[in-house]
Design a protein around this ligand. Structure first.
Ligand SMILES: Nc1ncnc2c1ncn2[C@@H]1O[C@H](COP(=O)(O)OP(=O)(O)OP(=O)(O)O)[C@@H](O)[C@H]1O
Length: 267
């Protein structure tokens, strides 16, 4: 097909379409952050480079080319968080979640809720919340949580309500940080979780809630966050915080998420 002086074929249309999607995703990731200004600056230099090259200004082209090369490495360093998030989103929302065969190959244990001791976890959460005690409880789905378990005090204990309630008691030496539960086994307490720091995180949120969100961004685990100040229970899933979950919905919401293939939790 000919448009004016341009010769366009289907591959060009597909190319432009894919680049638009890619640029849009990059824009969504960096929107509002300092990184977005760096990204725009780099884009501007690149367009300038193309113009200079088109005009045949050899020396300036060579200087800009060198600058762009060094800049590309700098971009990887500056955008490491965004790149990590981007790859996580791709990894989680495409191949693994949509491909039944891969899911079977990688194990389906998260869909089997037997042995997860959810009742104990839910009962403990309600008691902790009613006492206005802060808590952070990570319950695994499919992802391996070993590297987070290793940041805390290893326990390897069977999950029970009394154990959870006493761990988060303010006089317990292990009450700080998060408890990580893997397939019904309380692997460790006082674990350190990654803190969410994106633009979507409301500035009013404290660090317990940010750590819950950060962990749900980095893995497919569900995180129960109990506020010491308000006694409210929130659930963090896929980087989103679902606040003030009613007691009577807590178990079903957790079960629904852990048992299903869907990434999102109902509002
Ligand atoms: N990165 C982290 N990993 C694990 N636990 C954390 C992390 N950051 C904070 N916490 C826990 O959160 C507690 C501090 O909570 P903070 O009051 O700042 O948060 P909050 O979201 O306002 O919660 P609350 O509503 O209970 O006050 C710490 O004492 C610690 O137990």
């Amino acid at each position: 097909m000919r448009v004016g002086f341009l010769n366009i074929n289907w591959a060009d249309v597909l190319d432009v379409f894919l680049v638009s999607i890619l640029l849009y995703q990059v824009y969504i990731l960096v929107r509002g952050s300092i990184a977005s200004r760096v990204f725009l600056g780099y884009l501007f230099v690149y367009v300038f480079y193309l113009v200079v090259k088109g005009l045949g200004l050899g020396l300036l082209t060579a200087i800009l080319q060198y600058f762009m090369g060094v800049g590309a490495v700098a971009l990887i360093v500056i955008f490491q968080q965004e790149i990590r998030r981007f790859l996580l989103i791709i990894g989680k929302s495409t191949v693994y979640t949509n491909n039944g065969f891969l899911k079977k190959m990688m194990g389906n244990s998260a869909l089997d809720l037997k042995g997860k001791n959810l009742k104990e976890i839910v009962d403990a959460s309600k008691t902790i919340a009613a006492n206005f005690t802060g808590a952070l409880i990570v319950v695994n789905k499919r992802d391996d949580l070993t590297k987070f378990v290793e940041t805390g005090e290893l326990l390897d204990a069977r999950v029970s309500k009394p154990l959870l309630v006493s761990l988060f008691n303010q006089y317990s030496e292990l009450h700080d940080g998060a408890v990580v539960i893997v397939d019904g086994v309380l692997k460790a307490a006082r674990c350190v979780l990654p803190v969410a720091d994106g633009v979507d995180v409301p500035s009013s949120l404290g660090f317990r809630h940010r750590a819950g969100m950060g962990m749900s961004e980095a893995t497919d685990a569900i995180i129960i966050v109990i506020s010491e100040q308000t006694g409210k229970i929130s659930l963090a899933v896929e980087g989103e915080l679902h606040s003030n979950i009613p007691y009577n919905e807590l178990e079903s919401r957790i079960e629904e998420y852990l048992a299903s293939d869907v990434q999102r939790m109902r509002k």
